[in-house]
Design a protein around this ligand. Structure first.
Ligand code: MTE
Ligand code: MO
Length: 566
């Protein structure tokens, strides 16, 4: 049995840190839920993620995502990635806090601290808090609290933590005094440290669970940015019966993804793990720098400029083959050329720098804008305001580029003399981020077989193909490594949207493999691996390339015949 004759060592400090840190995290959580204060642990992670090398962070998140998916927790890749980030963030904060608590005990032992007071705990708290605050407060873009409030609140939470750690040290190092102060009588026996740990741990765990539970249950409904306001964000304001390809004869195979993504289903990828940015009510967009006429527009003023709309597929460059980080919505905005006409860039201007409310930055070459009036400052998805998670109030769209080139939550736009690498480019991702052609099998509709005019039972197979702004002109499918067969292609919503393909295959019971490949207008086949179908290229740094293959099994024809024809 451990008793009290010696000072509590580093390991006791680590243990006490491990008991109190969850409570500190729970208090930050409550502050976030009820008062829109910063959730510092994740803001801290975001700051650290910016400092560490990009590949390391990507590796960490990829590993976590694989783990979450393998354990069945990753329903969607993008939410799995966010969860992974959050778990890494909490883990980092917890680990750091525990180590620092151990060091605190160690230092007090080394200086042979004698006077029992709360001061060392407070000093410790400040030493721990200040570097964290300096890194994390600038990243606390999800909180709408005033900067002073953020600092004061965070310091108070840390001081509370430090006081608790200091109290625990005193109680363990000087049990007689501690016990006396509690019960009024001194005991020479002191208290058993393990018992102390159990009691303190129990109390902290209870408070943590109660606090986190209250925060989760009673706090405002989790704002993931899709469920706010009175707009119909769950679906779409676009008339689905009146889409531009409504009379295309090719009907998607049952089970093919929705041709137009519901806004609520749009994938989400960004560098924020601790919540979506808080956008001021009186939002304005300043456009400044190397221009004749600087402007600062309200959203209404921007929406009064001539607008353009297009159905656009966007994909993350880190989307794996057949991954879920790809969506198609109708985008509406103002052509950036329209804006050039108004602001009049000077001779020296050669690029624009876009900075988001999360401090994400990206540069766009001015010549690119001059040569492509499809580049737009967008404010609508599917005829309704951009949801916060997808970039409210404004984001840019550049055709034929991956999502990393399309900043959300635009805060400022500045005309500058030189193009520079943006956020992800500096972290080793592609400079141009041109979309790679891709094709995907969504469905082998084995329960939707039908008998064709010739009396043959057919299985519908289908999916999408996409090549940025390059037209998909042909899609081929092969089964069991047989001959490549031409699939039917449905007219797409636009040349910038994915093309739905369909291939009805003559039913054959057994286990099979299906593969798909596409061709774009230039005649170019999907990718080099066409020649070597097993060859694939991973996402980093230029986006994935590879043939999608699926295995499927068809039960005997009797069961297929039993199914109704469609
Ligand atoms: N401000 C900001 N814009 C951003 C990002 C970001 O982290 N911050 N991520 C980019 C990346 S990598 C992608 S794939 C797309 C995703 O947009 P979505 O979340 O609306 O699908 O946003 C891009 N724009
Ligand atoms: Mo991305």
């Amino acid at each position: 049995m451990e008793t009290t004759n010696s000072r509590p060592n580093l390991l006791w400090g680590v243990t006490i840190g491990a008991l109190f840190t969850p409570l500190m995290i729970a208090i930050f959580y409550i502050g976030e839920r009820f008062a829109d204060l910063p959730f510092l642990p994740l803001n801290f992670f975001d700051a650290v993620a910016r400092i560490l090398p990009g590949p390391l962070i990507t590796f960490g998140i990829d590993t976590m995502v694989d783990l979450l998916i393998a354990t069945g927790f990753g329903a969607d890749l993008d939410s799995a990635a966010k969860t992974a980030e959050q778990l890494l963030g909490l883990g980092l904060f917890f680990g750091l806090s525990v180590v620092v608590s151990g060091l605190f005990f160690l230092i007090l032992n080394l200086v042979n601290y004698k006077k029992v007071s709360y001061i060392p705990g407070v000093v410790f708290a400040l030493a721990f808090a200040i570097p964290i605050l300096m890194l994390a407060i600038p990243r606390s873009v999800a909180s709408s609290a005033a900067p002073e409030m953020k600092v004061i609140w965070s310091l108070l939470v840390f001081i509370g933590f430090g006081t608790a750690i200091g109290w625990a040290y005193n109680a363990m190092a000087f049990p007689a005094i501690a016990v006396k102060s509690k019960t009024g009588e001194a005991t020479t026996e002191g208290i058993n440290r393990r018992e102390f740990i159990v009691r303190v741990g129990g109390a902290s765990a209870t408070l943590t669970v109660v606090g986190a539970g209250l925060g989760a249950l009673l706090g405002p409904s989790n704002s993931d940015g899709v469920s706010s306001g009175d707009v119909n964000l769950a679906n779409t304001n676009v008339d689905l019966n009146n889409l531009p390809n409504a009379d295309s004869p090719v009907i998607p195979a049952p089970g093919t993804r929705a041709e137009l993504t519901a806004v609520a289903d749009h994938y989400r990828i960004d560098i924020l793990s601790g919540g979506l940015p808080s956008i001021p009510e009186d939002y304005t967009l300043p456009i400044s720098g190397l221009v004749e006429n600087e402007v600062e527009w309200t959203l209404e003023e921007i929406m009064d400029l001539p607008s353009q709309s297009e159905f656009i597929t966007m994909s993350c460059i880190s989307n794996r083959i057949a991954g879920s980080l790809i969506s198609t919505t109708k985008w509406t905005g103002v052509s950036f050329r329209e804006i050039l006409d108004i602001v009049q860039p000077t001779e020296e201007a050669s690029a624009i720098r876009i900075i988001g409310y999360d401090d994400f930055d990206e540069y766009v070459d001015l010549d690119l804008i001059r040569n492509d009036d499809r580049i737009m400052l967008a404010y609508h998805f599917n005829d309704q305001p951009l949801p916060l998670r997808n970039g409210f109030p404004l984001r840019i769209h550049i055709p034929n580029r991956y999502g990393m080139k399309q900043p959300k939550w635009i805060h400022t736009i500045e005309f500058v003399s030189e193009w520079e690498p943006g956020y992800w480019v500096r972290r080793g991702w592609s400079q141009e981020a041109i979309v790679n052609q891709t094709s995907v099998i969504d469905t082998v509709a084995s329960s939707e077989t039908f008998v064709n005019d010739a009396g043959t039972t057919m299985v519908p197979i289908g999916g999408i193909a996409w090549a940025g702004d390059r037209e998909i002109v042909n899609v081929e499918v092969r089964i069991n490594e047989g001959e490549w067969q031409t699939a039917e292609i449905r007219e797409p919503l636009s040349v910038r949207a994915w093309t739905i393909w369909r291939y009805d295959w003559e039913f054959e019971a057994g286990s099979h493999t299906v593969e798909v490949r596409s061709y774009e207008a230039s005649g170019e086949a999907q990718s080099d691996p066409i020649l070597q179908p097993t060859q694939r290229r991973g996402t980093r740094p230029d986006g994935a390339i590879g043939i999608h293959a699926e295995e499927f099994t068809l039960a005997s024809t009797e069961s297929a015949d039993a199914l109704p024809a469609n």
